[in-house]
Design a protein around this ligand. Structure first.
Ligand SMILES: [Zn+2]
Ligand SMILES: [Zn+2]
Length: 644
């Protein structure tokens, strides 16, 4: 008998040679139906692999990331079979699962893969799936493997890099592939499949290598899931922040200015200013002080901070003065500057914490292929702050940073988020800077803060930076996609490197601890995520134009202007559509622009001193006295952005 430990800690006994699938059957028929893949003692195994020793078994279903991975990777095998049947001379290379779906890189050589073949592949994949062919893995010798792939230089290269004894083939139906394993029990669970796109890719990502054809696909255990997925893709296209940014005139790029350097247009700049003012106000209340630092700094500064050693070669190169006497770098981080602000004068423990905040623009080189709208840029502004405190103050400070971050996320309609707490690798404590005692204090402080604030968090060991543990916020947007936003990071390294001190109650000098934090992350990335989350329908307090006045004819232009003045005096962002278009057309256009409130004025309204109000996406709200309409707007604003 062997002892099998399940993730919940329970231990069950089975006879030697039991398979993960049989273990699942023993637990429940439902689990057996849904089990997709498994890992045993941390290693991926097939659900049909006999288990011959005691160990921990994890069974994965579609709901697990590992389950999806096995499902998609298995479908890549099936797709490879379909492709090979259609193009007997093609050379298969690799076919991994990715974030959503999978791909297979194929060398079609002289044959040409055309879009017309996609339906044939899709049809054949589903035919093979219906055959319920089991996946079987077997060990092969290097020689056997090389023999099998004699004409395929790609597989040959892969095999040559493998050790004797670790080479396995996986088969289903009549098809065999070189593979490490991790498959669904049989092809029958693949109920829906689609080729999602075709692209070029170089073998091993190296442009000196032959170009291959990358066939992307996705599959699901239910037809309905594919339909939902495709709908979501359509919706995501509509919400693409690059498209919305253009439509709403928020930002642009210019090849003359340079790639990855966003230009904020007036409406975008105003929106950004509102975001900044919102955070500044909350930060003021939380005891932060604003500072301003330059966009460049002496190379020496970043040598001291360690940034130069770490990123210097791969980022923007130093700027030289006319006589080459000095070297400067574009600022990659604000922290070194803030350390020098701290160093401006001596502090006593009674004066701590010091909290220095800056909307600081930083520059980091990204390869042009990596650039993407506002999410991957070469110059961006962080809503940065650095807190310098005593080790005993760390827990309190951490909690108040979490409070601030939650305040920000709520005001911006992000309600679903999780946090990741990154701690030291307990097996390898030597690679981290800072004393054991301080690390323990900081790690406990973070976990306690996350618990106390009711965060839904996971702990990842070994994910901390070498200089301190951290907490990252992952938000889920309206389409269920995850984005990493704000981060809170403890740092023992920079205070050391910059020789930061404070005088303790014992009259001795001590090292402060530093916290880096940015609730938005960066203004660019946050705006992009917010655009994709809201589809451009921003919360009322933030949106560029809150009200549009639609006079039903020129005759009411004067009255429209009077209403505009009253609204603007109450700081409501308003404009008039004074085109000589029909009212219906004006309403449609205002809906398109996603302006939250439309105010229609004509004879009756002028006579009564009222406005007829329509709300975006909701329709007619009825007739309001102007002051009532103003308080309606103010109420909606104060409901979403409460005082910090
Ligand atoms: Zn495989
Ligand atoms: Zn920092």
């Amino acid at each position: 008998m062997i002892k099998i430990t399940l993730p919940d800690g329970s231990v069950i006994e089975h006879s030697e040679g039991v398979t993960p699938f049989e273990v699942a059957q023993g637990i429940s028929q439902g689990l057996a139906r849904n089990v997709i893949s498994a890992s045993f003692n941390g290693k991926t195994v097939e659900t049909t692999t006999p288990l011959n020793e005691d160990g921990t078994l994890v069974l994965y279903t579609w709901e697990d990331k590992e389950g999806k991975k096995a499902f998609w990777h298995s479908t890549a095998h099936i797709m490879a079979q379909a492709i090979q049947e259609l193009y007997p001379n093609c050379k298969l290379t690799i076919g991994p699962a990715i974030e959503s779906g999978f791909y297979y890189d194929v060398d079609f050589e002289d044959e040409k893969f055309t879009d017309a073949d996609i339906p044939k592949i899709e049809k054949r994949v589903l035919e093979i799936s219906r055959g319920k062919h089991e996946f079987h893995k077997k060990d092969v010798t290097k020689q056997e493997a090389l023999e099998t792939y004699k004409g395929n230089k790609y597989k040959t290269e892969l095999i040559e890099n493998l050790q004797e004894g670790e080479i396995t083939f996986c088969s289903h139906s009549t098809f065999t592939d070189l593979c490490r394993g991790g498959h669904i029990p049989h092809t029958g669970t693949v109920k829906a499949f689609k080729v999602t796109s075709i692209a070029g890719a170089y073998w091993r990502g190296d442009e000196n290598n032959p170009q291959l054809t990358r066939v992307y696909g996705i599959s699901f255990p239910k037809q309905k899931m594919l339909k939902e997925y495709l709908e979501q893709i359509e919706e995501a296209k509509k919400r693409d922040h690059r498209k919305l940014g253009k439509e709403l005139e928020l930002f642009t790029f210019s090849s003359k200015v340079g790639q990855g350097l966003p230009l904020w247009l007036p409406k975008g700049a105003a929106l950004r200013e509102r975001l900044e003012n919102f955070l500044k106000k909350a930060q003021r209340k939380a005891g932060y002080e604003m500072v301003v630092t330059p966009h460049i700094g002496q190379k020496e500064l970043y040598v001291t901070s360690g940034h130069y050693a770490k990123y210097g070669k791969d980022s923007f190169q130093p700027i030289h003065t006319p006589k080459n006497e000095e070297e400067f770098l574009l600022k990659p981080m604000n922290c070194p500057h803030h350390c020098e602000i701290y160093n401006n004068k001596p502090y006593s423990y009674k004066e701590l914490p010091k909290r220095f905040a800056e909307f600081g623009t930083v520059y980091r080189y990204e390869q042009s292929g990596e650039l993407h709208g506002l999410t991957r840029v070469r110059g961006f502004t962080q809503d940065d702050a650095h807190i310098f405190c005593t080790p005993d103050q760390l827990a309190e400070e951490f909690k108040s940073v979490i409070d601030l971050t939650l305040y920000v996320l709520n005001a911006l309609s992000f309600t679903e988020f999780t946090a990741q707490v990154s701690l030291r690798d307990p097996e390898n404590k030597g690679k981290y800077i800072g004393s054991d005692e301080n690390w323990e204090k900081a790690e406990n402080a973070i976990i306690e803060a996350a618990k106390e604030k009711g965060l839904d968090y996971v702990v990842e060991y070994g994910e901390a930076a070498f200089y301190g543990p951290k907490l990252d916020f992952m938000i889920k947007d309206a389409l269920g996609r995850s984005w990493q936003l704000g981060t809170i990071q403890v740092d023992y390294n920079l205070p050391e490197r910059f020789d930061l001190t404070y005088k303790g109650s014992d009259n001795q000098l001590h090292r402060p601890v530093m916290i880096h934090r940015a609730p938005f992350g960066s203004m660019e990335r946050f705006t992009a995520v917010l655009l994709e989350h809201t589809g451009g329908k921003f919360p009322l307090w933030l949106t560029p134009e809150q009200v549009i006045i639609l006079p039903i004819s020129e005759k009411y232009q004067k009255y429209a202007e009077k209403v505009l003045n009253l609204l603007e005096n109450s700081e409501i962002r308003t404009l008039i559509d004074d085109r000589s278009e029909k009212t219906g057309r004006k309403i449609r256009d205002a809906e398109m622009k996603k302006i939250p409130f439309m105010v229609i004025v004509g004879e009756q309204e002028e006579k009564d001193g009222t406005v007829s109000v329509r709300k975006h996406g909701e329709g007619d709200l009825g007739v309001f006295k102007i002051e009532d309409f103003i308080s309606l707007i103010n109420k909606e604003v104060t409901q979403t952005i409460k005082e910090f």
